[in-house]
Design a protein around this ligand. Sequence first.
Ligand SMILES: Nc1ncnc2c1ncn2[C@@H]1O[C@H](COP(=O)(O)OP(=O)(O)OP(=O)(O)O)[C@@H](O)[C@H]1O
Ligand SMILES: [Mg+2]
Length: 350
Amino acid sequence: MFEFLNADQNTQAADTISPPPSAARALRAVPATPTTGAARNQPVRRQWRTALAEAVSQANVTSSHFLGAPRLQPPHPRTPRFGYVYVPDWTYEGVMRLIVQDGATALLLEGAHGGGKSDLAAFIAMMLGRELEIITFDGQVDVGDLMGRWVLQQGEMVWRDGKIPRAMKSGAILRVDEINAAPAEINIVFNDIADGKPYYSREADELIVPDPGFRLIGTMNPHLEYAGTHALNAATLDRFTRVEVRYPSKAMERTRLRLNFPSIRDEDLDVLLDLAERNREQKANDPSREYVISPRALVKTCRQMEHASFSLADAIRYGIIEKAAYFGAEIADALKADVTAMIAARAQQP
Ligand SMILES: Nc1ncnc2c1ncn2[C@@H]1O[C@H](COP(=O)(O)OP(=O)(O)OP(=O)(O)O)[C@@H](O)[C@H]1O
Ligand SMILES: [Mg+2]
């Protein structure tokens, strides 16, 4: 969830972008990020991730206090701004590098629902001070919305660019949600623009040359696991750099929730995180299980506790179990039993 900055707020955002002194101190202790992906760097990466998570939690930084990201341009009026504390992680670091250093024009973020794909793209746009243009393939969008159409203006037919040419010309970050649901005629357009090449629009009779800042970020759920979705065709996929967005580690998810919901008790967070861990392990062992507790579901559960003063049990009921029941009473009952056992075990602790 984020909103767009308006012109007045831009100046304010630019002023607050440097980390507060507490954050700067904590962040200085974070070792430099490893620059190559070789297996021998795994321990360094782990170390880095833990240090980053700790620094973020100690320093009380907000998403506008980014940890060392280059701000390439002053913010555009349609730069997103976050209403919650976004915690950047290793995937963020990698994607940012692909966008800024490698200069990849098209990225595909693929991963299970509620794992942070869309907000990752929005956060990157915020950090780079770029305009974010969003397309969601929800069955309502037509080619005219995307490519443009002729409209009647003061008695004359004039061409009005759609979202894609607009983003290409202005150098926006174009986030395409559920990109694998795009109709075939749009897929063909993506094939051209994902290569960073100019695109000839026949209807407008115009060669659209992309601004060097233009980036296309597609997001999608893994097509094999989600009913109603389909694979990207091989030619389209070939043009994208594909990045898997996995659910965060338990430590990272704890940091996210702790920073966003400071009033929730540690013991309650433990129950939520243990429940999610168990459920996700079950899903990993048996991919046919339909219900998985997403990071989004944990956020909603915490929000119910913090904002609506729900008890832990009630919040779990509305945030998790009622949804699980949609996939069958058996799954919901198993979760209910887990929660009851966890809460009882906790009550017995001295
Ligand atoms: N890095 C982060 N730090 C803190 N919270 C996060 C972070 N990333 C995601 N979230 C939380 O997770 C929620 C879900 O993220 P998002 O909507 O980006 O998921 P998604 O992968 O696009 O989901 P879907 O597949 O359903 O479209 C966000 O609304 C936010 O509350
Ligand atoms: Mg999304």
